[in-house]
Design a protein around this ligand. Sequence first.
Ligand SMILES: [Zn+2]
Length: 61
Amino acid sequence: MVLQDEKKTKWRCVSYEKTKCRSVIYTTGKKVNCRQTHNHQAKPIDPKTILVPQYVKIVRS
Ligand SMILES: [Zn+2]
C-alpha cells in the first residue's frame, strides 16, 4: 500500500522497484480501479499469503 486517504487507497505493483512497473490500482470501498498494466509477467500468488475474499467491483480504465 502506498497512499491512503478517507475514501481511496492507492496500491502499487510489488515489482515496482525491480521492473519500474507503472501498474497501480485504487480501491474505494469495494470498488477496484485498475490503472496501467504490468510491464512484466505477473507472479503467481504465494500460497502462504493469507487472502480475505470479498466481493468487489472492478473498473478498468
Ligand atoms: Zn507489475
